[in-house]
Unconditional design. Structure first.
Length: 382
């Protein structure tokens, strides 16, 4: 089945076009045609609206009272369905630090149900931990933290049937550089975070093959103008990608601006780090084994009051960076689609281009979400 989308603006892979028509055939994107070349055939008119690629959340723990650490497959699919209302059409379920056997079980569940999700597409698993530093544990449980082990990691990867594609870790732990070198050879993406690393230790991790920083500025010492830290590395190094939570709480607007000015939008991947309280009312929740309370748009640990993941929806993170006058709608969309997909080596998502899955969003000019399409079918309307 073939049809065309007509709209005021299209955020295509390499350029933004005003007006025109986008071909959709059998669930895939076809060609874009300018306004003057109106095609023959069925046209769905979105005059006054903008068309963007579906967003890609590469760091998300849960939503709708469901959590990657505790939910069964039905619960995971509930997250997958719910994410369509957040503008997310592809995601990476993200674990937190836990016992090795627990992580193995989670990997086995995803392997067993690979490709069965009915909402936003699961593109791989992201392990946040357990190779972290206790000092910057944040909402992660220090009792399970350990030095990196290739054997342990390969056991999890095998259990996941190759779905384990990304790991966040602290580069100062013994054996980190050797571990990073080994797993990145296999195509695994390594991000650095929950770490007390100095600038030099972070550089060593990047030079060994790590290519990202985990929720930049959170779970790491602040940037310093003497005694540079891992945060300075996230702002100063070439050819890396910085995850960033843009809810206004985890990182305030001036620092979001400073990071984007330093590295450029093409090196910032907007993420949510959302936990089970996402899309839910204020109250008491859990992040892994740790009790959390949600109030005033923030999730915090009951013990210690640290920020504990977020309740951000990715569509709101995109809107925020535009509303804060930090970047353009075009670049904001790119930071939530193309950049995260590229950073995690994910294929067939994050761009509008011929023969890619027709996963796209209909946006209002104020960057709010109007509709979400998956494989060329409308699946959510605001």
């Amino acid at each position: 089945m073939k049809y065309y989308i007509h709209a005021d603006k299209f955020f295509l892979k390499n350029r933004t076009e005003n007006g025109g028509y986008l071909e959709i055939e059998n669930g895939k994107f076809g060609f874009y045609y300018p306004e003057a070349d109106k095609p023959n055939g069925k046209i769905i008119d979105y005059s006054g609206k903008w068309i963007a690629p579906g967003y890609v959340d590469t760091h998300i723990h849960g939503s709708l009272k469901e959590d990657v650490m505790k939910s069964d497959w039905e619960g995971i699919n509930k997250i997958s369905e719910g994410l369509l209302s957040a503008g997310v059409t592809s995601w990476m379920p993200t674990t937190i630090t836990a016992a090795s056997a627990t992580l193995t079980k989670i990997c086995e569940m995803f392997a067993e149900h690979q490709g069965e999700e009915s909402g936003a597409k699961i593109k791989g698993i992201h392990f946040e931990g357990p190779f972290f530093t206790e000092e910057h544990a944040g909402a992660e449980n220090p009792k399970y933290m350990m030095d990196p082990s290739v054997d342990e990691f390969n056991k999890w990867r095998k259990a996941s049937n190759g779905m384990l594609k990304k790991i966040s870790m602290a580069p100062e732990r013994p054996g980190s550089a050797e571990f990073i070198r080994e797993v990145t050879k296999e195509g695994v993406v390594v991000a650095l975070g929950h770490s007390s690393a100095s600038f030099e230790e972070a550089v060593r991790g990047i030079e060994a093959g790590a290519s990202m920083f985990t929720h930049t500025f959170n779970g790491m010492p602040d940037p310093a103008h003497h005694g540079a830290t891992i945060s300075n590395a996230a702002m100063a190094l070439n050819n890396i990608t910085d995850e960033l939570i843009c809810d206004g709480h985890h990182v305030q607007e001036p620092m979001v601006r400073a990071l984007i000015n330093a590295v450029g939008e093409e090196h910032v991947a907007l993420i949510t780090d959302c936990m089970e309280a996402g899309m839910m009312p204020d109250g008491d929740y859990m992040l892994g084994e740790l009790p959390v309370y949600v109030k005033d748009g923030m999730a915090r640990l009951k013990d210690g009051d640290n920020l504990a993941g977020s309740i951000l929806q990715l569509k709101d993170g995109v809107k925020n960076v535009v509303d804060w006058n930090i970047t353009t709608p075009e670049k904001a969309v790119m930071m939530a689609s193309y950049v995260p997909a590229k950073s995690a080596h994910l294929d067939n998502c994050g761009v509008i281009a011929p023969d890619r899955d027709a996963d796209f969003l209909v946006l209002n000019p104020d960057m709010t979400l109007s509709e979400t399409y998956l494989n060329g079918e409308s699946r959510y309307k605001a």
